[in-house]
Ligand binder design. Structure first.
Ligand code: ZN
Ligand code: ZN
Length: 403
């Protein structure tokens, strides 16, 4: 089968590799129709996460079941399925409690397993023609319709970033009437905005400095804040206080609550400085959150922070030691939640919101390309050129079929 193989820093190739196959009675074999390239794939691509050459990438996968092991009961050959990026056994101490992001069985090195990802176990990725899915009954979410139909891309996003964006909103306590500030208008930030609105938020601000991404914020029905034009914390506060309806509803002392109740970090350790936007500051978003989240509010950190970062800005950052304004968080009594999304906790009801037409996460997709175009897609997505913001590879399509 053909697959996207990591060859070294900023180099992937589409090569023939050994076919994925059923190796255990609980396995399901899936013929891939769509596989997303994720911002977190770029961490490996750029050499910011140690990863072995020869790794097959791809943790955002969907397709059609080609074969099943003898012990599989729920899933049948021919079913259309989407797979959570976290691979779960379904029955260990963590999976049994719903923390499928921390499965204790499928990764010998730590808690939590995934496809085609450094440190997440020996599982090949799905940027390929075929994918072996361990514990198929646990990990396959059944879908209606057929490959390539008009919900294909919406369903694909159930593998990672739609549930991940939704989880960020959950961590930040977003509910009816909430005020929300999201840092980062990449795919996860935009879907955190989409999710916040689905959950009934009143005001959703999304901070970025790239014009195309700020345009998509408007498409999501949220308010873009351009941090190239000054402190995003002050911009959001000023905007809220300048609104006569917001100000007119405030009671005594309430101007101290002119920030937001819910803050979301959808950037992570590769954040860039407010004052010098071409330089990194891994704590920049944490500083902004400490400024914009009101006393008694909540913050969700969904952007990635790693315990090891060979490309970190200084010795501390290289070891994942990041200085956070803990004093301000503590003084305000802000609850902070963080970590990888347990996709299986959300994917079923998010699928049903898509089926009902209440969620349309695919508005974030910028490019759909055949598998052979992966090297070009990685390069352009990495450089964020030509509007490459979210790419989905289509292994069932031949080159030149669609752009
Ligand atoms: Zn992803
Ligand atoms: Zn488990």
């Amino acid at each position: 089968m053909k697959a996207v193989v990591f060859k070294g820093e900023r180099k992937v190739e589409v090569e023939d590799v050994e076919d994925a196959r059923i190796a255990s009675a609980t396995d399901v074999l899936v013929r891939i129709s769509s596989s997303g390239i994720c911002g977190s794939d770029l961490h490996m691509y750029e050499g910011r996460t140690p990863v072995e050459k020869g790794t097959v990438f791809g943790h955002e996968n969907m397709g059609v079941v080609e074969a099943i092991g003898d012990a599989v009961q729920q899933i049948q050959v021919g079913d259309r399925v989407v797979l959570p990026f976290n691979i779960a056994c379904g029955s260990c101490f963590n999976c049994a409690r719903g923390y499928t992001n921390a499965c204790l069985v499928l990764n010998p090195d730590s808690a939590g397993a995934g496809y085609g990802y450094s440190g997440m176990g020996p599982h090949r990725g799905g940027q390929a023609e075929l994918l072996r899915v361990p514990f198929g009954d646990v990990n396959c979410l059944k879908l209606p319709g057929e490959p390539g139909d008009n919900l294909e891309d919406d369903f694909l996003l159930l593998s990672d970033i739609f549930p991940t964006g939704y989880h960020a909103a959950e961590l930040a306590g977003v509910g009816p009437g909430s005020t929300v500030a999201i840092f980062g208008a990449g795919p996860v930030g935009l879907l955190a905005a989409h999710s916040s609105l689905i959950r009934g938020a009143a005001e959703v601000y999304v901070v970025d400095d790239i014009p195309e991404r700020l345009q998509r914020v408007k498409k999501a029905g949220a308010i873009p804040i351009d941090f190239s034009k000054g402190s995003p914390v002050e911009q959001i506060r000023d905007r809220r206080l300048a609104n006569p309806l917001v100000r007119g509803a405030m009671r005594r002392g309430e101007e101290k609550m002119s920030g937001v109740m819910c803050g979301i970090d959808a950037v992570g350790y590769q954040a860039r400085r407010e004052d010098e936007r071409d330089r990194e500051n891994p704590a920049q978003v944490l500083e902004w959150l400490a400024g914009i989240v009101n006393p008694t509010g909540k913050a969700g950190l969904i952007g990635v922070y790693f315990p090891e970062d060979p490309g970190g800005v200084d010795a501390n950052a290289k070891e994942g030691h990041i200085t956070l304004p803990l004093g301000r968080f503590w003084e305000k009594g802000i609850e902070i939640g963080m970590g990888q999304c347990p996709v299986k906790k959300y994917n079923l009801f998010l699928r049903d919101l898509i089926i009902a037409g209440r969620a349309r996460p695919s508005f974030i997709v910028s490019h759909r390309l055949p598998l052979v175009d992966a090297p070009v897609a990685y390069d352009k997505f990495d450089r964020r050129v030509e509007g490459f913001t979210k790419v989905i590879l289509k292994p069932m399509e031949r080159p030149g079929a669609r752009a």
